[in-house]
Design a protein around this ligand. Structure first.
Ligand code: SAM
Length: 262
C-alpha cells in the first residue's frame, strides 16, 4: 500500500476535506467545465476524499451518466448521502486493477502529489480514457506560500520554519511538493494532447477558513515533526499565529492541468 502522510483514519480528516471543498471546489468545478463536461459522461474521480466533487460531477452528467469515486479509504465520502449515479469504491490507484475503462473524464485533486509512483499512475490513467477523453489533475505547488502580513518578523520565521519542516515530512513519504508545477510537462510526456493549465491562489488571513489547512496538516504530522526537532512551544505559537487576524499567508496555489487522449 502507498505511504500517505495524512491518513484518512485520523478524526481530523473532515477538517481537511472541508477546507479543500470550500476554498478549491469552485475553481476545480470551473476547470472541469472547460472540458465540455456533458450529460451522459462516464467519469472517474480518483482519491475523492470527502466526495464533494464526485457528487457535483454526478449532477452535471445526469442520470444517464455515472461517476466512480475511488479512495484508498473512502470512510468520509461513505458518511454522507450521494446521488444514485455515484459509485464509491475502496481502491488503491497504485496497486489495484483499473477501476474501469473508456472514461470520458478522469479527475484527481491532490492525489498524485502524494504518490511516489505518480508517473506510472499518470500513464495508467491515460490508458483508461476513451480516445478524446479528458484527464484533469489539480495539484498544489507547496513551495509558494509567501507570508502576506505578520505581527512581527519572528512570526514570519516561525511560519517558514514549521512549514518547511512539514514539507520535509511529506518528502520522506515520497510526496513531491513541486508536483503542481511539473504536471503539465508530465502530461505532455504521457502523450496527451491540448495540454494546458490554470493556477488559482488567494490570501488566507489568520482565523479564516483556508488557513485551517495548515492547522490540520501540522496536527496530523505532529509526532513526526517532534522527532525532527519541532518543539511543543513552537507548535503552540504556530497555532496562535494561524488564529491571529494580523497574520495572512498566500494559499497553496492549485494548478489545474488538463489534456485529452489522442
Ligand atoms: C489530500 S486528499 C484530497 C482529497 C480530495 N481529492 C480533495 O481534493 O478534496 C488525498 C486523498 O487521496 C487518497 N489517496 C491517497 N493515496 C491513494 C491511493 N493510492 N489510491 C487512492 N486514493 C488515495 C487519500 O485517502 C485522500 O482521501
Amino acid at each position: 500500500m502507498s505511504p500517505y502522510l495524512f491518513d484518512n483514519k485520523d478524526d481530523r480528516t473532515p477538517d481537511r476535506f472541508s477546507v479543500l471543498e470550500s476554498c478549491y471546489d469552485p475553481f476545480s468545478r470551473r476547470q472541469l467545465e472547460e472540458t465540455g463536461l456533458a450529460r451522459g459522461w462516464r467519469c472517474l474521480e480518483v482519491g475523492g476524499g470527502g466526495g464533494s466533487l464526485g457528487d457535483w460531477l454526478a449532477e452535471r452528467v445526469g442520470p444517464e451518466g455515472e461517476v466512480t469515486v475511488t479512495d484508498l479509504d473512502p470512510r468520509w465520502a461513505e458518511s454522507r448521502p450521494h446521488p444514485p449515479n455515484v459509485h464509491l469504491l475502496r481502491h488503491d490507484i497504485v496497486n489495484d486493477p483499473p477501476p474501469g475503462a473508456s472514461f470520458d473524464l478522469i479527475h484527481a485533486r491532490l492525489v498524485l502529489l502524494h504518490l511516489p509512483e505518480r508517473l506510472d499512475v499518470l500513464d495508467r490513467l491515460v490508458g483508461i480514457l476513451r480516445p478524446g477523453g479528458w484527464l484533469v489533475l489539480d495539484e498544489f505547488d507547496l513551495s509558494w506560500t509567501p507570508v502576506l502580513a505578520a505581527p512581527d518578523a519572528a512570526a514570519v520565521s516561525l511560519f517558514e520554519r514549521l512549514h518547511s519542516a512539514l514539507l520535509t515530512q511529506l518528502e520522506k513519504t515520497g510526496a513531491d511538493p513541486l508536483w503542481g508545477r511539473r504536471t503539465l510537462a508530465a502530461m505532455t510526456r504521457a502523450d496527451l494532447t491540448d495540454v494546458t493549465c490554470t493556477t488559482y491562489a488567494e490570501a488566507w488571513p489568520g482565523g479564516g477558513t483556508g488557513i485551517g489547512l495548515h492547522r490540520v496538516n501540522m496536527q496530523q504530522a505532529t509526532s513526526a515533526l517532534r522527532t525532527d526537532g519541532v518543539t511543543n512551544e513552537e507548535l503552540t505559537r504556530f497555532y496562535a499565529l494561524l488564529r491571529d487576524p494580523a497574520f495572512a499567508v498566500n494559499s497553496y496555489p492549485l494548478t489545474s492541468t488538463r489534456g485529452r487522449r489522442r
